[in-house]
Write a protein that binds this ligand. Structure first.
Ligand code: NAD
Ligand code: WQD
Length: 336
């Protein structure tokens, strides 16, 4: 299949590009590089031993999208492009609604005009908000508590209405839990600009000596060891979830929602411990106050993805930490 990946040089997009290209699909990447590096596409090419087309452009440029969809005879789109920093979304809400919501509308307009009717959308577990029960399943009530989460919910709603308006659409909404880890080659991975906001990239920087210690945001939660628990999913498992979704959509029209998680909650202390084992080092830590807006614990029910798409996460915490550490070491050797 000819597949366009918006945000294709980003963290999840780059790993999905590898999985789709290795599965025999023809993959085109489109990215405005606002949160990624041009050199990523060359590294994807090295890993896959293929030459993927990589276009510099913005999803809000509808004409560029129309031309791209036509030029590459696109049959499906995986839509990763967007902004994702929760704290920044509260400071810059307009930028988030413009990139994430207006960007998605622009893409859908272009797809409609070019008769491309298959799309996989990167949504997030953040759409659920405070758990009314756990694990979250796909019918759990939705109540995102920050602008970023609301952009994701709005796009989900738009896509559901689009699917109802015309039964030829084939749409998968994938709600990712906490993506971590890197490709086994260590040549691609998460590469946040500046000081990381999220746990795993922060641990990696501390392990590399670039940051002095990790702040643990609270150890007095009502959880197994008092620290926050999350459903950390290996990015390669997540990438394979996109392949499964595209396969599913070849057989099904309409709009379907899938959680992509492991179903296993892991605490901050457990992740630190696993990383110390993988990196054979010590992560200095300091317990500080809880971070505003953090939930004590959440994790996925991944049953629906298993039963409808025959997808489940295969990699464990050791794979996650080893691959992250490999990537951190490789990243340090790059000069961009
Ligand atoms: P990322 O920032 O690494 O990748 C997003 C890519 O999109 C970047 O390469 C960026 O340059 C590009 N981009 C942003 N705005 C664009 C625009 N207007 N036009 C073209 N390109 C644009 O993020 P990621 O972690 O790979 O996330 C991918 C998607 O998954 C995002 O939509 C994100 O909201 C969603 N998601 C991520 C997580 C996570 O924790 N990483 C969790 C749930 C959902
Ligand atoms: C994980 C745990 C923190 C940093 C975010 C977004 C969510 C989704 C995934 C996009 C929590 C603790 C963290 C640190 C810490 N993204 N922590 N010290 O907040 O679960 O989810 O990424 O859709 O929308 O909110 O991930 O990695 O920031 O935090 O103690 O320096 O680690 O309190 O318990 P989070 P995270």
């Amino acid at each position: 299949m000819n597949i366009l990946l918006t945000g294709g040089t980003g963290y999840i997009g780059s790993h999905t590009a590898v999985v789709l290209a290795n599965a025999g699909h023809s993959v085109v990447l489109l990215d405005n590089f606002c949160n990624s590096n041009q050199s990523v596409s060359a590294r994807i090419n090295q890993i896959t031993n293929q030459t993927l087309v990589c276009i510099e452009g913005d999803v809000r440029d509808t004409d560029l999208l129309i031309n791209t969809l036509k030029k590459f005879k696109t049959e499906a789109v995986v839509h990763f492009a967007g902004l994702k920093a929760v704290g920044e979304s509260a400071q810059e809400p307009l930028s988030y609604f413009d990139n994430n919501v207006a960007g998605s509308i622009s893409l859908l307009e272009a797809m409609k005009k070019t008769n491309v009717r298959t799309i996989v959308f990167s949504s997030s577990a953040t759409v659920y908000g405070k758990p009314q029960y756990l694990p979250y399943d796909e019918v759990h009530p939705l109540n995102p508590i920050n602008p970023y989460g609301r952009t994701k919910l709005q796009v989900e709603e738009i896509l559901q209405d689009v699917a109802k308006s015309d039964y030829s659409w084939r749409i998968a909404l994938l709600r990712y839990f906490n993506p971590v880890g890197a490709h086994v080659s260590g040549m691609i991975g998460e590469d946040p600009r500046g000081t990381p906001n999220n746990l795993m990239p922060y641990i990696m920087r501390v392990a590399a000596g670039a940051l002095p210690h990790l702040n643990i945001f609270g150890d007095d939660y009502d959880t197994r060891d008092g620290t926050g628990e999350r459903d950390y999913i290996h990015v390669m498992d997540l990438a394979e979830g996109h392949l499964a979704a595209l396969n599913y959509l070849t057989q099904h029209s309409g709009c379907e929602i899938f959680n992509l998680g492991t179903g296993i909650p892991v605490s901050v202390l457990e992740l630190i411990h696993e990383f110390e084992v993988a990196s054979q080092g010590t992560i200095p830590t300091e317990v500080v106050a809880r971070r505003a807006g953090d939930l004590p614990i959440y994790f996925a029910s991944a049953n629906k993805a298993k039963s409808l798409m025959d997808w489940s996460a295969k990699r464990d915490l050791t794979d996650i930490c080893k691959s992250s550490w490999n990537w951190q070491k490789f990243r340090g050797s790059l000069d961009d």
